[in-house]
Ligand binder design. Structure first.
Ligand code: HEM
Ligand code: ISQ
Length: 154
């Protein structure tokens, strides 16, 4: 099933709404991750040594925004080219960072679920099944590209 223009629009539109509350949604994303998978705390350098999720940590925000933006970018590419293309050096570094942190397939499912919950929270009543499918698809394809790279480096 191809990625439609409507799906691309759904992802882009929701990100536009979410941008209005980056600090809140960044923290929410980590809360969801830790709720589903508490051990993730030890993986992130900016969470390791804190009891609570820091509310205004620039690194934390930066990482969360990066993930959202990458999924958006994937949605655009899926519609334009039918596949997710990440530049060689970026992909290499993504592969090695996640490999080195010991990230495995089930972790990708955790982040996916947490991401979807965060989009749902961010867009409020605009949330829909179609929007969920669009984000899921874009995330899955992006995750697949990272996983393929991780296998190459392993
Ligand atoms: C680091 C993106 C999945 C855990 C990173 C970085 C990016 C990123 C951009 C920063 C890389 C750098 O510092 O050069 C993504 C995307 C994902 C994904 C787009 C899925 C499509 C996951 C999953 C986990 C995870 C499933 C596990 C829960 C981490 C950790 C770091 C990291 C622990 C290092 C953070 C630190 O302490 O500095 N990821 N990631 N990532 N990612 Fe992911
Ligand atoms: C995955 N990799 C790096 C940072 C992240 C932040 C939030 C959610 C998932 C992430």
């Amino acid at each position: 099933m191809g990625f439609s223009e409507k799906q691309e629009t759904l992802v882009k539109e929701s990100w536009e709404i979410m941008k209005e509350d980056i600090p809140g949604l960044s923290v929410y994303l980590y809360i969801q991750i830790l709720e589903i998978f508490p051990e993730a705390k030890g993986l992130f350098s900016f969470l390791k040594d804190t009891d609570e999720i820091p509310q205004n940590n620039p690194k934390l925000k930066f990482h969360a925004v990066k993930v959202f933006k990458m999924v958006c970018e994937s949605a655009i590419q899926l519609r334009e080219k039918g596949e997710v293309v990440i530049s060689g050096s970026t992909l290499k570094s993504l592969g090695s960072v996640h490999l080195q942190k010991g990230i495995i397939d089930p972790h990708f499912e955790v982040v996916k679920e947490a991401l979807l919950r965060t989009v749902e929270k961010g867009v409020g009543e605009k949330w829909s099944e179609d929007m969920k499918v669009a984000w899921s698809e874009a995330y899955d394809q992006l995750a697949a590209a990272i996983k393929t790279q991780m296998e190459k480096e392993a």
